[in-house]
Design a protein. Structure first.
Length: 414
């Protein structure tokens, strides 16, 4: 299989050489869209990328950026949409051709097919959001050494998963020089969200995760630790319900489960963590006058469609900042400083919370006397200075992250 893929890569490379030779004397410009490749969803999103500028100042004349979506799409109000919008916001003003590709299904072969298609269409910078791209990277990165891969939320354990005994592979995958991976300290913004919720007066919390993958677990475990710390400070009697939906989208079954939490158990606020799964939490919250905490980006706007002032806060990570910074480094010829690395991004400032890669939104968080913006800034500074530490150990059970509050964890909903 790998031999045939190498032959395919060679054919694609030769085709690109001939195409460049044929176009060498032509002016840049014109329509940069390519037809939707076989097996993909339509990539024509009625937002045609701007053509390249003929100005000598533009250093990006050889750059073409493609984004591959994971199991979601560019309207998910979360990971994919944020990455897509960040790519587009960077590429359009710079005159860099940009397009996105959506795999036909949720599998490594279908993601690999879209990477193949993007390379065949001449895209030489590929942005991939989500841990699900780990195997696709391993199958394609070295086949396309002249292509730059930017992978968000793809970490060491995704590329080299542990075996059933908890041991790493004997021959671990080494990230090649044309790949950069970024992971985030989700446990930190999860902590901020849990701490804020209890300080704001909520005593019955819920965590609805998508799937039990490391990023989601870090969010959840940080959430527990933050709620636990705030409860210890305030003396509040706090209970936290904890469950995974085992999918990254809401449906009738998960909504019914959330109905029980809000209406029967008396849960006041749910941290909905995992792509579109927030829809089930928001639908159930709307029926009971409950609240929701968003994830990845500031979701107050989209969640407000289910009920005014429903969003307490959002645990955010800097997907857009990472994407645009790396694209800028590629354009400026500095990618060699990043290639071959897996970087963990978190707090970079104790004085300016908005400069960090993990944070709460200053504008939409429902601040009160119990937890003000100044309180939040003090919390961030304490975390940055190391006065507050947050565990990222996802090998333990949820309840192991608490010493004060009660944590009730349940089997996956689906």
């Amino acid at each position: 299989m790998k031999k045939s893929r190498k032959i395919l890569a060679l054919i694609l490379s030769l085709a690109m050489v001939f195409a460049l030779a044929a176009c060498g004397n032509q002016e840049t410009g014109g329509d940069t869209n390519s037809p939707a490749p076989s097996g993909s969803q339509p990539v024509e999103d009625n937002q045609t990328p701007a053509t390249q500028s003929g100005g000598e100042e533009n250093t990006a004349t050889d750059i073409k950026v493609a984004m591959i979506t994971d199991y979601g799409d560019i309207t998910d109000q979360s990971f994919n949409q944020t990455t897509y919008e960040a790519c587009k916001a960077y590429c359009d003003p710079a005159g860099i051709p940009f397009e996105y590709y959506k795999p036909a299904g949720d599998s490594t072969p279908e993601r690999v097919a879209m990477i193949d298609a993007a390379v065949a269409d001449g895209y030489n910078v590929i942005v991939m959001p989500g841990y699900a791209f780990a195997e696709a990277i391993k199958e394609t990165a070295e086949l396309y050494p002249d292509t730059t891969f930017i992978a968000l939320d793809v970490g060491e354990t995704d590329l080299n998963p542990l075996d059933e005994n908890g041991n790493p592979p004997a021959d671990p995958y080494v990230v090649p020089s044309n790949v950069y991976c970024a992971v985030y300290q989700e446990e930190l913004c999860g902590y901020m969200a849990g701490y804020a919720a209890v300080k704001l007066g909520y005593t019955h919390l819920g965590f609805l995760g998508g799937m039990a993958v490391p990023a989601v677990q870090r969010y959840g475990y940080g959430y527990i630790q933050g709620a636990d710390a705030a409860a210890a400070e305030t003396g509040a009697d706090v209970t936290l319900e904890y469950v995974y939906g085992n999918q990254f989208f809401g449906d009738a079954d998960i909504t019914a489960y959330m109905d029980n939490w809000y209406q029967s158990l008396g849960v006041q606020v749910v941290f909905a963590c995992g792509g579109g799964i927030y829809t089930s939490a928001a639908e159930a919250a709307a029926k009971a006058g409950g609240k929701v905490i968003g994830v990845d980006v500031d979701q107050a706007g989209i969640i407000s469609a289910y009920g005014e002032d429903m969003t307490v806060t959002s645990a955010m990570k800097g997907l857009a900042n990472t994407t645009q910074h790396l694209l800028d480094e590629v354009v400026n010829g500095n990618f060699a400083n990043y290639g071959g690395k897996i970087e963990t991004l978190g707090l970079v400032s104790g004085d300016d919370p908005e400069a960090n890669y993990v944070q709460l939104p200053m504008e939409s968080t429902q601040w009160s006397d119990g937890f003000t913006q100044d309180d939040y800034k003090a919390l961030v500074k304490a975390m940055f200075d190391g006065e507050i530490t947050v565990s990222n150990d996802v090998s333990v059970e949820p309840a192991a992250n608490a010493t004060t509050i009660t944590v009730n964890s349940y089997e996956n909903i689906k």
